[in-house]
Design a binder for this molecule. Structure first.
Ligand code: NAP
Ligand code: ZN
Length: 350
């Protein structure tokens, strides 16, 4: 077994502490990734604190992983040593069911083995995430990283990137459309970059007036402070597509009203409690309310290649692992510009 250093929480209430554990020895199709950077997703916080009610402890979070391929199994063909590779939200699936066959491995009908807070395909062996020194993964579930200029800024693409890219592609967001992005955090700021790159006119809906300058630098055309209801009224019926990235319970109805005929709103934010949706908010204008969960391996690779071609990376604040608690507190307050990324070298500091 491979001795691995990490940081874990031992219960929903406990703080992070150093945690040593073992990864499996490399199988023929496995690669060993020496983790250089790992993004801090709000999903890490929901799960570390058991806000979704499905947490397993000890938990090593982290599913925005990039690093160097340090070793490869005998039958690996996609990677060679010293390549750069990424891992997103899942590390295995059956590969054969109806959903896997359509490249939606994240919804595997047998078992999607998530990167952490989950189990391997045996449904017994716990998985530990990217707040750690290394990961052993089947090559088919690792992503190729071609843009290596700023690896820290590439890491968040593995979750925040694919989660926002996928619904924009699925609903064919394009030039001439008005798109809203709700919440300017890790997902939201990537949503702005993608929607702008696809040619849409982008409006950010935010609770934080202080983020207006940043939103415009990211390419947004308009910025609306949602705490003031009169700002919303003139926008009724104007939007083709709205992406909701908010991590806490909030009113969906005030955004549904902004959709024009056949407009679509997609939920990617995953608050711990449900929201009420009045039927008439959807009946009027034949609106659609949809959800979207990360993306399969093929689409994640497509997104990484799209980012490399279009010079898209995440805006990051790099921290040592020792500052993870403070980073969680700031993220919960909406005070992250716009993704914390852990430099895994810091695991070696005393
Ligand atoms: P984040 O960086 O914390 O950003 C969330 C943003 O939502 C905040 O920056 C803030 O933006 C806004 N917000 C926070 N609290 C709010 C409140 N009470 N009312 C209104 N707005 C509020 O989080 P993230 O990492 O982007 O993740 C966002 C959500 O997506 C989380 O729930 C996460 O679990 C989920 N997620 C889902 C998927 C998926 O596959 N569907 C994948 C990854 C993450 P402003 O300051 O601009 O208002
Ligand atoms: Zn995530």
């Amino acid at each position: 077994m491979l001795q691995t250093k990490g940081y874990a929480v031992k219960s929903a209430e406990s703080s992070f502490e150093a945690f040593d554990f073992e990864r499996r020895e490399l199988g023929a199709k496995d690669v060993l990734i020496e983790i250089q950077f790992c993004g801090v997703c709000h999903s890490d916080i929901h799960q570390a604190r058991n806000e979704w009610g499905n947490s397993m402890y000890p938990m090593v979070p982290g599913h925005e992983i990039v690093g160097r391929v340090a070793q490869i199994g005998a039958d690996v063909s996609k990677f060679k040593t010293d390549d750069f590779a990424g891992i997103g939200c899942f590390v295995d699936s059956c590969g054969e069911c109806e959903n896997c066959a359509q490249d939606f491995e994240q919804f595997c009908l047998t078992h999607c083995s998530q990167t952490y807070n989950s189990t391997e395909m045996d449904k017994k062996t716990p998985t530990f995430g990217g707040y750690s020194s290394q990961y052993v993964v089947d090559e088919n579930y690792a992503l190729r990283i071609s843009d290596t200029k700023n690896l820290a800024a590439v890491a968040p693409l593995l979750c925040a990137g694919i989660t926002t890219y996928s619904p924009l592609k699925r609903f064919n967001v394009r030039e001439g459309q008005k798109v809203g992005i709700i919440g300017l955090g890790g997902l939201g700021h990537m949503g702005v970059k993608f929607a702008v790159s696809m040619g849409a006119e982008v409006t950010v809906f935010s609770t934080s007036p202080s983020k207006e300058d940043d939103a415009r630098k990211l390419g947004a055309h308009n910025f609306v402070v949602t705490k003031e209801p009169e700002n919303m009224k003139p926008l009724a019926g104007k939007f083709d597509f709205i992406l909701d990235t908010v991590s806490a319970v909030h009113d969906l109805n005030m955004y549904l009203k902004l959709l024009k005929l056949k407009g679509v709103m997609v939920l990617v934010g995953a608050p711990e409690k449900p929201s009420e949706v009045p039927a008439f908010s959807l009946i009027s204008n034949n609106r659609t309310l949809a959800g979207s969960g990360i993306g399969g391996i093929a689409e994640t690779q497509e997104m990484l290649d799209y980012c490399a071609e279009n010079d898209i990376v995440s805006d990051v604040e790099i921290i040592p692992i020792q500052q993870i608690e403070a980073a969680y507190e700031r993220t919960v307050k909406g005070d992250v510009r716009y993704r914390f990324v852990i430099d895994m070298q810091s695991l070696n500091q005393a």
